[in-house]
Design a binder for this molecule. Structure first.
Ligand SMILES: Cc1cc2nc3c(=O)[nH]c(=O)nc-3n(C[C@H](O)[C@H](O)[C@H](O)COP(=O)(O)OP(=O)(O)OC[C@H]3O[C@@H](n4cnc5c(N)ncnc54)[C@H](O)[C@@H]3O)c2cc1C
Length: 394
């Protein structure tokens, strides 16, 4: 019979949250094992931020996060702040810069953040096993895990397996399965920070403009984001669309202001008096990408001199430019989603420790929990903060 190995804490999932939790628990002299089914830990860190890892955001506040209980994340985010993570980054001499809107990126590669975490985990005597599949978890000697690499027991079990976004990289719903098996609630799960798809005329419109980007503000259900939109082969993406996708629900429209920094009524009236015979696509090309202006005017049949538009036409054009209503057919799903919205119900967890309120010594951290941030370093900040907090108790 093979030997059963015992640890104080076993963390299933060696991503951002799992590594952070392991470092903190290891520093408390807890014996810690990370189990990951991938061939290496931290794969999502490596691909994050276009390879430069947007590792936190200066402005990350609890109010920025979506959750069934918006209060839940307050404790963790206030105990481990963006400044705390930045101090870690600086102590490893990793060069970084602020890109925009408080988003902090590595100057070099995301590998530097992963190396920093794996080095700290090693220094804290954390053991890691990759290519390891957990086949069964039972409550025996604390928890007993049967895996393809042997049997393990632990006092504290931490589930840090993230959510199902990017399944092609090995992302799974494992955390939800474990929670349900232990009788805990899991909220609805949906792809978030994901490009939107369109059907019919607008799909063709987008495809023809694929690659064109416009600084805009995009609204849905009373929430607005002002960043770029990007036309793609299948629909629309870009930061403003990714952000709004986390609020969009099937069947609802999104509204786009294509000229959020311009008083459009004044602009059209002054163009009318300045160059009455000016073609509308030419006039719009002075404030929008030329190919977009042409396609937009073709689509709405306003390929004519501006003085041929009636007052009603001008008003309608102004409305289209500032409140362009579009109805996405769907999102592009988990294959393209940066996060999974929803997760283990926060009503089932202690906001101080991340421990289950019904199953002693079982913890959930990171994206597995129903706390989701917007684009821009917020989701890593949640992973660091929730991992840090659990790491003080496991
Ligand atoms: C393309 C992309 C870019 C992103 N860029 C950013 C960014 O720049 N800034 C930002 O803040 N956020 C970014 N995110 C989001 C961020 O990566 C996640 O929010 C964060 O990684 C969540 O951390 P986690 O530790 O909870 O889960 P993960 O990082 O997903 O880690 C989960 C770990 O669990 C393992 N695992 C899964 N299932 C099992 C199982 N059954 N058994 C064993 N192991 C398992 C996985 O292999 C993985 O190592 C990005 C996401 C994507 C997809």
């Amino acid at each position: 019979m093979s030997q059963v190995r015992s640890y104080d804490a076993i963390i299933i999932g060696g991503g951002a949250a799992g590594l952070m939790c392991a470092i903190e628990a290891g520093r408390r002299d807890r014996s810690v094992l990370i189990i990951d089914h991938a061939n290496k830990v931290g794969n999502k860190i490596l691909i994050s931020g276009g390879g430069h890892c947007n590792f936190t955001n200066w402005g990350a506040e609890p109010a920025d996060y979506q959750s069934g209980n918006p209060q839940f994340c307050i404790s963790a985010l206030s105990r481990y702040t963006p400044k705390d993570f930045l101090t870690k980054v600086e102590s490893h001499n990793i060069p970084y810069h602020e890109k925009t809107l408080g988003q902090l990126f590595c100057d070099g590669s995301s590998t530097e953040i992963l190396n920093m975490l794996t080095t700290e985990a090693m220094d804290a005597a954390v053991t890691t096993i990759v290519n390891c599949t957990v086949n069964e978890i039972s409550r025996k000697y604390g928890f007993m895990l049967k895996t393809n690499k042997g049997d393990y027991t632990c006092e504290s079990l931490i589930i840090a397996t993230g959510g199902p976004s990017i399944p092609q990289m090995g992302a799974t719903r494992y955390a939800y399965e474990v929670a349900k098996n232990f009788g805990m609630k899991v909220t609805d799960i949906n792809p978030g920070l994901v490009p939107l798809r369109f059907r019919g005329e607008h799909e063709v419109f987008c495809r023809n403009l694929s690659g064109v980007s416009i600084p805009s503000s995009v609204s849905c259900r009373g929430i607005t984001f002002k960043e770029n939109i990007l036309f793609t082969h299948r629909g629309m993406s870009g930061p403003a669309i990714l952000q709004i996708s986390s609020y969009w629900k099937q069947g609802q429209p999104i509204n786009i202001n294509l000229l959020p920094d311009i008083d459009v009524d004044n602009f059209l009236l002054s163009e009318l008096s300045r160059r009455p015979k000016g073609e509308v696509p030419t006039i719009l090309s002075s404030v929008l990408p030329r190919n977009f202006a042409r396609a937009f005017c073709n689509r709405y049949q306003i390929n004519k001199p501006i003085n041929q538009l009636s007052s009603k036409d001008l008003l309608s054009l102004s409305n289209k430019l500032t409140n362009w209503e579009l109805s996405p057919s769907s999102t592009q799903g988990y294959r393209m989603a940066e996060v999974s919205l929803g997760g283990v119900d926060t009503g089932e967890l202690s906001s101080r420790t991340m421990e289950s309120t019904t199953v002693n010594s079982l913890y959930f951290i990171g994206e597995a929990v129903d706390v989701t941030g917007p684009l821009g370093g917020y989701n890593f900040q949640w992973a660091w903060a929730s991992g840090y907090c659990a790491g003080q108790f496991v």
